[in-house]
Design a protein around this ligand. Structure first.
Ligand code: MTE
Ligand code: MO
Length: 511
C-alpha cells in the first residue's frame, strides 16, 4: 500500500503548489505588478540563467522563449512540490519546510523587481500560508487513511476519496490562478491608454517606391507589419507603463539633470525614419530582423539642454523593468538621428515593442541600443558602467555587421527545371547596402538585382533570376557589400559575443 500513498502524497504536493500559486496570482492582481511572484521568479530565473543558456533559448525558441520558461518554471515547482510532499510527516515537516523555502525565494524575487515595495510580498506570504495549509491537511488525511486501512472497514475506497479531494483542491488552485492572471491583465493593461494616443504628425517620410520590392519572387515585405515584427526581450510579462506615469530621467555626467513627462516631449520636433532593427542573436539566415517606420524625437534634441560632460562616452539606458543597454554618446547624437520612438508604422508603439517610448538607433544591434519601455538615460563611461548583456559576456559595442539572407529557395526546396527567381534581404544599417552577389555551387559570383535603396538604415531586398538546367542537388550562396565597400565576410562566427558572420548558403534540388 505504501506505493499508492506515495502517489497520493505527490498529488497532494502538486495540489498544494497549485493553491499557493493560485492564491498568489489572485491576490497579486490587487497589488503593484511587482507583486506577481510568478513573473518575479521567472525574471529572477532569466537573470540567473547563464548567458549561453539564454542564448540557446533565444536561438531555439525565438519569440516563444518566454512560454518555454513559464512552462519550465511551473513544471519544476510542481516536481519539487511533489517530491517534498513525500517527506511531509508530523515529526519532520519536510514539505512544509520546502514551501517556506519557496516563499522566501519568492519574496526575494519580488523585492528584486525594480520599484517593488515591502507590501508587495503579501500575496506571496498568503499563497505560502494557504499552500502549507492544504499540504498539511491533505497529508494528514493520507496518514490517517494509512492507519485505518488495516481495519478494512471502508465501503468507499479511502484512496479514491482522497484522490478526488486532492484533484478538486488542485483544480481550485488552478482556477484562481487563471482568474488572477485575467484580472491583473484587466487592471494593469495599458491597451486603452495606447488606443487613446494619437501619434503626432511628423514631416512625412519620402514615399516608399514600388521598386524597393523585386519582382518574380516572394520576399518579406519591405516594411514589416507590426504583428510580424520580431520580438526579443527579457520581460516575462510585458511592462504596462501608462503615458501619465512615464518619466524620462536624464542624469549622470551632465550639468543639469532633466526629467521629461510624456507631455513634455511634445515640445520637440517629431521625425519619422525607416530603420531596420536586428538582434545580435540572429544566426546566419535567421529571422530576428525586421523593418519599420518609426515616429519619435531625436535623442540629440532631448540631450541638448542637459550639458553633457565631454568625457562621457556612454549612455546607459534603463527600462521600467530594469533592462539596460550601453550606447555610445556619439551614436545617439550624430547625424544618424537616433530616436526616442513613440510610433511604429503609423500607430502608437505596440506594448510589446516598448509603449509608450523606446530607443531606436540605426546601425547598432538591439542589445546595445534599442531599450523598450525606456525611463532613464544616464550619461556615463564604458569604463564605469556595464549593461545587461555586456555583464553576461557580450561585446560592449555592437555595430551591426554587413549581412545578407537567402529567403528563396528554402533549404531543401525542390526547384523545377527552367527559369526560377531566388531572392532575399541584405542589411548594413547606417552604411547602406551597395550590392549583393550570388553564387551557384562553386561557380563565379554574379550580381543580384537589387530593390531600390530607400535609406541607408533600411534593409535591401534582392532577387536573382536563374535557369535550372542540371538536375540534382545544388547550393546557392550570397554575400553583401556595403557602401563603404566592405564585403560580407566568409568567416563563420556564432552570435556571441558581437553578432554571427558567414555567407548564407541554401541547398536545393532541381527535379
Ligand atoms: N526593456 C527592454 N528593451 C529591450 C530588450 C529587453 O530585453 N528589454 N531587448 C533588446 C534587444 S536584445 C533587441 S534585439 C530589441 C528587440 O526589439 P523588438 O522586440 O521591438 O524587436 O529590443 C531591445 N530592447
Ligand atoms: Mo537582441
Amino acid at each position: 500500500m505504501a506505493q499508492s500513498t506515495t502517489g497520493l502524497r505527490m498529488s497532494a504536493g502538486v495540489a498544494a503548489a497549485a493553491v499557493a500559486l493560485g492564491v498568489v496570482q489572485l491576490t497579486a492582481a490587487f497589488f503593484s505588478p511587482a507583486a506577481d511572484a510568478r513573473t518575479a521568479v521567472g525574471t529572477a530565473v532569466i537573470n540567473m540563467t547563464p548567458g549561453p543558456v539564454k542564448e540557446w533559448a533565444i536561438q531555439t525558441f525565438g519569440t516563444a522563449d518566454k512560454l518555454f520558461l513559464s512552462v519550465s518554471v511551473i513544471a519544476v515547482i510542481g516536481v519539487l512540490a511533489a517530491v517534498a510532499a513525500i517527506w511531509e510527516r508530523s515529526r519532520i515537516p519536510a514539505g512544509t519546510l520546502a514551501f517556506v523555502a519557496a516563499a522566501v525565494a519568492g519574496c526575494a524575487a519580488v523585492l528584486a523587481v525594480p520599484g517593488a515595495r515591502g507590501v508587495d510580498i503579501i500575496p506571496t506570504l498568503l499563497g505560502a500560508v494557504c499552500g502549507i495549509a492544504v499540504l498539511r491537511f491533505l497529508t494528514g488525511r493520507i496518514t490517517a487513511s494509512e492507519a485505518t486501512e488495516t481495519t478494512e472497514d471502508a465501503d468507499v475506497d479511502p484512496g479514491r476519496r482522497l484522490s478526488l479531494l486532492t484533484l478538486g483542491i488542485g483544480g481550485l488552485g488552478l482556477l484562481s490562478g487563471v482568474a488572477g492572471a485575467v484580472t491583473s491583465r484587466r487592471l494593469h493593461s495599458v491597451s486603452g491608454d495606447r488606443e487613446s494616443f494619437a501619434v503626432p504628425s511628423a514631416p512625412p517620410p519620402s514615399p516608399i517606391p514600388a521598386d524597393v520590392t523585386p519582382q518574380g519572387v516572394q520576399l518579406p515585405s519591405f516594411i514589416t507589419p507590426n504583428k510580424e515584427f520580431y520580438r526579443i526581450d527579457t520581460a516575462l510579462s510585458v511592462p504596462q507603463l501608462a503615458r501619465a506615469d512615464f518619466r524620462l530621467r536624464i542624469h549622470g555626467m551632465v550639468d543639469r539633470e532633466v526629467n521629461y513627462t510624456f507631455d513634455d516631449l511634445a515640445k520637440f520636433a517629431p521625425i519619422t525614419k525607416t530603420v531596420t532593427l536586428t538582434c545580435v542573436s540572429n544566426p546566419v539566415g535567421g529571422n530576428l530582423i525586421s523593418n519599420a517606420t518609426w515616429t519619435g524625437y531625436r535623442v540629440a534634441d532631448l540631450l541638448r539642454d542637459s550639458g553633457i560632460h565631454p568625457d562621457a562616452d556612454m549612455v546607459l539606458s534603463t527600462s521600467i523593468d530594469g533592462f539596460t543597454a550601453g550606447t555610445p554618446v556619439e551614436a545617439l547624437t550624430d547625424a544618424r538621428e537616433s530616436m526616442l520612438a513613440i510610433g511604429m508604422n503609423g500607430v502608437p508603439l505596440p506594448v510589446e515593442h516598448g509603449y509608450p517610448a523606446r530607443l531606436v538607433v540605426p546601425g547598432l544591434y538591439g542589445y546595445v541600443s534599442a531599450t523598450k519601455w525606456v525611463v532613464d538615460l544616464e550619461l556615463t563611461r564604458f569604463d564605469r558602467a556595464q549593461a545587461y548583456w555586456t555583464k553576461l559576456g557580450w561585446s560592449e559595442r555592437g555595430p551591426i555587421k554587413t549581412e545578407s539572407r537567402i529567403d528563396v529557395p528554402r533549404d531543401g526546396q525542390k526547384v523545377a527545371k527552367g527559369p526560377v527567381t531566388f531572392g532575399g534581404v541584405a542589411w548594413a544599417q547606417n552604411r547602406g547596402v551597395k550590392g549583393v552577389e550570388v553564387r551557384i555551387d562553386d561557380g563565379p559570383w554574379q550580381p543580384a538585382q537589387l530593390g531600390a535603396a530607400y535609406s541607408k538604415d533600411a534593409w535591401r531586398l534582392w532577387s536573382f533570376p536563374w535557369t535550372a538546367t542540371q538536375g540534382g542537388f545544388h547550393t546557392v550562396t550570397a554575400r553583401a557589400t556595403d557602401n563603404t565597400g566592405a564585403v560580407q565576410t566568409e568567416d563563420q562566427a556564432p552570435p556571441a559575443p558581437d553578432g554571427a558572420t558567414g555567407w548564407p548558403t541554401v541547398s536545393f534540388e532541381v527535379a
